[in-house]
Design a protein around this ligand. Structure first.
Ligand code: SAH
Ligand code: DHB
Ligand code: MG
Length: 221
């Protein structure tokens, strides 16, 4: 089992079920041209996010970690014309690239990008008493996941679906001595959700063109 096979199988599945289009291609091309890291979700993962949000009937989506807006485009496509997606991004340059990508995909009116540290944006929305979100995708700095998860719960309702990316990190997550801050962050996050009676959740490992990682999925009780 190696990365090349995983990539070939992803290419096969993507060509059948999650084909690209000019908006998605341009979003990735401009993200690369803008010097952004290529840590966006894979196309079939993006399609999975769109399907999960569609199944949920989501009208309000929260994304934590925008990058160039690639996953944002997939998620916003699950919204009706009256829907709204708020996406949080620390880096102004990432937000600028994302804004162009999202607008070009025709989703501009549905998407609000809040620039700054995600924790501060989450606190602001809690203070503003914004309506609860139906679907949340956590994909920013792994060090912040535990905090983002608990703040997200304050912006949720019973039935809200929360998905967190990158919870396996090539298997490093099982090593309590791993010194990588990202791995430590994921372990802290999983410690936080362990036994949390407010949610029911699971996690699955994934392999593909983006390597070996995993998603966690929760529903708020
Ligand atoms: N969801 C994107 C990928 C996000 S990558 C996709 O799949 O297309 C993670 C993003 O989180 C990066 O753009 C990074 O700048 C941002 N980030 C890092 N720390 C952050 C913080 N404290 N608050 C908000 N965003 C942060
Ligand atoms: C990293 C972040 C991501 O969101 C991802 O999907 C892959 C890698 C990272 O920070 O290394
Ligand atoms: Mg990710």
């Amino acid at each position: 089992m190696d990365n090349e096979l995983w990539t070939n199988v992803d290419n096969y599945l993507v060509s059948i079920l999650a084909p690209s289009d000019p908006s998605l291609d341009a979003a990735l091309a401009d993200s690369t041209a803008g010097g952004l890291p290529q840590i966006n979700v894979a196309p079939n993962q993006g399609k999975l996010l769109e399907l999960l949000a569609t199944i949920q009937g989501a009208r309000r989506i929260l994304e934590i970690g925008t990058l160039g807006g690639y996953s944002t485009i997939w998620l916003a496509r699950a919204l009706g014309d009256d829907g709204k997606l708020v996406t949080l991004e620390l880096e102004p340059h990432h937000a600028d690239v994302a804004r162009i990508n999202i607008d070009r995909a025709g989703l501009g009116p549905l998407v609000e990008i809040r620039t700054g540290p995600a924790a501060a944006s989450l606190h602001s929305m809690i203070d503003e008493r914004v309506e609860p979100f139906d679907f949340v995708f956590i994909d920013a700095d792994k060090e912040g996941y535990a905090e983002y998860f608990s703040l997200t719960l304050k912006l949720s309702r019973p039935g809200t679906v929360i998905v967190a990316d990158n919870v396996v990190r090539e298997g490093a997550v099982i090593d309590p001595h791993n010194a990588d801050e990202r791995v430590i962050g994921i372990r802290k996050f999983l410690d936080t959700v362990k036994g949390d009676q407010r949610v029911s959740g699971t996690a699955v490992q994934t392999v593909g063109c983006k390597g070996y990682d995993g998603f966690a999925l929760f529903v708020v009780e």
